[in-house]
Design a binder for this molecule. Structure first.
Ligand code: DO4
Ligand code: MG
Length: 281
């Protein structure tokens, strides 16, 4: 099932998506549904279907969830670890270490304050000359780390700030509009093989393609359960939190984001997440 959020009578409202139409679930946001499905022990997709209005109408998907917490994993694809070790001038092998060792890299990406949905602007820090999109599969978590859905994410990152010094990582990762989510959440009953998704990314500037890249989640070096298990160690994140699973697509420096560029991330089984970049001060 494809679950998301739409605007209904000026309220952000959960909805079941069927093609370009949606069936609203009045008086619920997606986080409410996740909490209620747990409280009532009903699988999320069954609860959503039982509450959705019968009438489907054309609707634009908004940010599919407003999470209290967004977390992100790093160096989960060999490409991300080797690029960072080779290019970033940081301590030799630091990224390879977390790629190889049992404990994954997990960092706090922010709250709903820094998230945007499809069609909204993603941020380029005013003090960064090399900001890159990081196209990632995102897990939607229930309590105890249960995966209740999948969506697309853009872990927009100021790579020049990360490169300058590893202690600057939080500033390279967390800033206004640094995380795009969407277009919808696909629940596990429909997305049965999350380790076999082709994820692609395009950056266009004034209609011309500046960058194209693709990867497959089959190249992910970690199991999602390992990532959620480490995230939840001594850290009970609330139901409705989001966990980004890392990038396997590395944008070249000549395609550093500029204001007006459009980043589009696609997974056939989930949809397309498109955002235009803008400078944030
Ligand atoms: O420490 C670097 C961050 C890595 C990251 O965000 C990724 O691999 O996706
Ligand atoms: Mg990332």
């Amino acid at each position: 099932m494809r679950l998301g959020q739409i605007r209904l009578e000026n309220e952000i409202t959960a909805a079941v998506f069927e093609g370009d139409s949606a069936r609203p679930i009045p008086n619920h946001k997606v986080c409410d549904l996740i909490r209620r499905s747990e409280a009532e022990s009903i699988p999320l997709h069954e609860l959503a279907l039982s509450l959705a209005s019968r009438h489907a109408e054309p609707a634009t998907p908004l940010q599919p969830i407003h999470p209290t917490e967004v977390w992100a994993c790093g160096c989960t694809y060999e490409m991300s670890a080797s690029f960072r070790d080779a290019e970033h001038g940081t301590r030799e092998g630091m990224y390879a270490y977390v790629y190889r060792e049992p404990r994954p890299e997990i960092f706090f990406k922010g709250t709903s304050r820094v998230c945007v949905g499809p069609g909204q602007a993603i941020g380029i820090r005013v003090d960064s000359q090399f900001t890159a999109p990081e196209p990632e599969l995102a897990l939607i978590l229930g309590s105890h780390g249960k995966i209740v859905g999948y969506t697309l994410a853009n872990d927009v990152s100021a790579w020049d700030i990360e490169r300058e010094n590893p202690l600057y990582l939080p500033q390279s990762k967390v800033f206004t509009a640094c995380c795009a989510l969407g277009p919808v959440i696909v629940t596990p009953d429909e997305l049965t093989d999350p380790y076999n998704l082709t994820l692609s990314c395009t950056i266009t500037r004034k209609g011309a393609t500046r960058f194209e890249g693709a990867t497959s989640t089959s190249r992910l070096h970690r199991k999602f359960e390992t990532l959620t298990e480490y995230l939840l160690r001594a850290n009970q994140v609330p139901a409705g939190s989001v966990l980004l699973t890392g990038t396997g697509i590395i944008v070249t420096e000549d395609a550093a984001l500029a204001a007006g560029d459009t980043v589009t991330i696609r997974v056939a089984q989930i949809g397309e997440l498109s955002n235009t970049a803008d400078v944030v001060e």
